[in-house]
Design a protein around this ligand. Structure first.
Ligand SMILES: [Fe+2]
Length: 432
């Protein structure tokens, strides 16, 4: 488990540490690393000009050798040991350790994008850019006992170069992220800035060019400046791509995506999830429809063969601020007429837009898209529940009431993942 927090202490003033262990047992201390970033590491305005604010010091500690998924909760607190030997402590928090990869237990995952932040008193929100942010946050806080891990797939605070807004956002999600793994993807509002290597040449990050997100959020990427990574949660294997860097065939990221998808043992981890901030699959969003592709150009053309070859169950996207679910798709066709209960051979990937975390909502096109099974122009999030290796429940909930508005189940066995489908069959030989 990784713990990250912010303070005003550099390492020459105090030593950061985390005290942790099972509740009621002897605690141990773990060291923390300290990072910061400077105005000079911002790529442009306003982050480098009127939006700049010193972020203080960002401390990250790795709590290692956890017993997987134990019956005991772990508790922890962050501290700073001062030069006079005394230690200043935070309050205590508790978390449940993750299941062992492949372990059979009840595992519940929350996924959404584009949440943003807002003021509870309504001040400073004249633009009302993320009007659903607080209802999503509050619904997830209310439901803390009923899920295990969160994926916020890009566009976090929409600080857009006003760096203090990162503190506002991390404060807003702290009741969640202090007790659950809070995993992120990189969005355009984290990363994009002209002439900085982002795949899109837009100024959406306001000059941050990824630096605050890559410093404040630890993800198990080889290089956090290239924000793609894989992570496991029990029976789930996640491949989190970075749509703000080139994903096309031949790129460094494409090779990584293939490696990530190929490296999962589906007998142990049957539920294979792909995600990226922008819609690389399917969306009936108005502006994507007007461009004629119903996706970010060059998404499917390059990645579809990987989703198909490795039998990705579900692909999640944000960026488009609404909810939409597709049929299982193979070669741009629906391969299953079922709507709510999928069973047997894995023969297509279901594409889900879940970008209604809180930002201003996106309109759907009036064009009827044959692959679209459910659309919702509202704020909400997805919950995945793996009951065991054969049974998965998918639920879409509205942020406003926490009720389920769309759902389906998947029932199958390992042989159904291995089974030959379409043209994606493994080679065989007649030799005996
Ligand atoms: Fe976005």
């Amino acid at each position: 488990m990784t713990v990250t927090w912010t303070s005003g202490y550099n390492i020459d003033e105090a030593t950061p540490l985390v005290e942790w262990g099972w509740k009621g047992h002897v605690k141990k201390l773990s060291p923390a690393g300290t990072l910061t970033f400077t105005r000079g590491s911002m790529c442009g305005a306003p982050a480098r000009t009127v939006g700049w604010r010193d972020p203080g010091f960002i401390h990250t500690s790795f709590l290692k050798d956890l017993w997987p998924n134990t019956m005991y909760a772990y508790e922890y607190r962050m501290g700073h040991m001062l030069k006079n030997g005394s230690t200043i402590w935070s309050k205590s928090y508790a978390f449940k350790s993750s299941p062992y990869p492949g372990q059979d237990s009840l595992q519940r995952v929350i996924i959404f994008g584009d949440m943003g932040k807002a003021e509870r008193d309504g001040s400073n929100e004249y633009a009302s850019y993320q009007p659903g942010s607080l209802i999503t946050t509050d619904q997830l806080i209310k439901d803390l006992d009923n899920y295990d891990i969160v994926f916020h797939i890009g566009d976090l605070p929409y600080a857009n170069g006003f760096v203090s807004q990162w503190d506002q956002f991390t404060k807003q999600v702290e009741p969640i992220s202090s007790v659950k793994p809070y995993m992120i993807a990189s969005g355009n509002h984290e990363r994009d800035y002209p002439n900085t290597g982002s795949f899109y040449n837009t100024p959406d990050s306001g000059g941050e060019c990824g630096v605050p997100a890559e410093t404040m959020y630890y993800v198990p990427a080889e290089n956090r400046a290239k924000f793609w990574y894989s992570t496991d949660y029990g029976m789930f294997h996640f491949c989190i791509a970075d749509s703000e860097h080139d994903w096309r065939e031949g790129s460094e990221q494409y090779a990584w995506i293939e490696k990530c998808l190929a490296s999962v043992d589906r007998n142990k981890q049957p539920w294979l999830i792909f995600s990226a901030h922008r819609v690389l699959g399917y969306s009936s969003n108005e502006w994507l429809a007007n461009e004629g592709a119903f996706e970010e150009p060059m998404g499917r053309a390059h990645l579809q063969k990987l989703w198909q070859k490795y039998k990705v169950d579900i692909a999640f996207y944000g960026h488009v601020h609404n909810y939409e679910r597709s049929c299982p798709i193979y070669q741009n066709q629906c391969v299953n007429s079922e709507i709510s209960h999928y069973s047997g051979t894995v023969n297509g990937t279901i594409h889900v837009v879940v970008g209604g975390g809180g930002s201003h909502l996106s309109e759907f096109t009036k064009i009827n898209t044959f692959w679209s099974l459910y659309k919702d122009h509202d704020w909400g999030f997805v919950k995945l529940t793996a009951f065991n290796h054969s049974s998965l429940l998918f639920e879409y909930k509205k942020s406003a009431d926490g009720e389920v508005y769309d759902s389906f189940t998947i029932s199958r066995d390992y042989k159904d993942v291995l089974a030959c489908v379409h043209d994606g069959c493994e080679a065989t030989t007649l030799a005996a």
